[in-house]
Design a protein around this ligand. Structure first.
Ligand code: SF4
Length: 121
């Protein structure tokens, strides 16, 4: 199996050709650096992503706080995690790193705040 991918690990966006041989070996070509080889191999075996979004804040100096999954999650869970994020509402004050969802869609990975939001005065 051969897949053509764009590496998303840096703005250069190298075009990768990832070949999966019948004996399960992965060969990556087109990468300028080792990160591209790692990304290409992972993308065909266990694709993962960081999910970023925002949630509404009650009584905050701003109306929404940015959030993200603390670690990579399986790509197939993005929709379920976005659904959970869209159901959440938090109250100020919020500190960067506060846990917004403890276990995002059963992945074991928390969703955390990436910004401080003080209480409205
Ligand atoms: S292979 Fe390396 S240089 Fe190319 S886009 Fe990926 S991280 Fe950037």
């Amino acid at each position: 199996m051969v897949r053509e991918l764009t590496c998303i690990q840096c703005p250069m966006g190298c075009q990768l050709t990832v070949t999966e041989t019948p004996d399960g070996k992965i060969d990556v070509k087109g990468n300028t650096c080792p990160r591209g080889a790692q990304y290409g191999a992972k993308e065909v075996t266990n694709p993962t992503r960081i999910v970023t979004s925002t949630v509404p804040v009650a009584n905050g100096e701003i109306a929404r706080v940015s959030v993200k999954t603390k670690e990579d999650i399986p790509k197939g869970k993005i929709f379920d995690i976005m659904k959970e994020i869209h159901e959440v509402k938090v109250s100020a004050p919020i500190k960067t790193g506060d846990v917004i969802i403890a276990d995002a869609a059963g992945t074991g990975v928390p969703v955390v705040a990436t910004k401080d939001v003080a209480k409205a005065v």
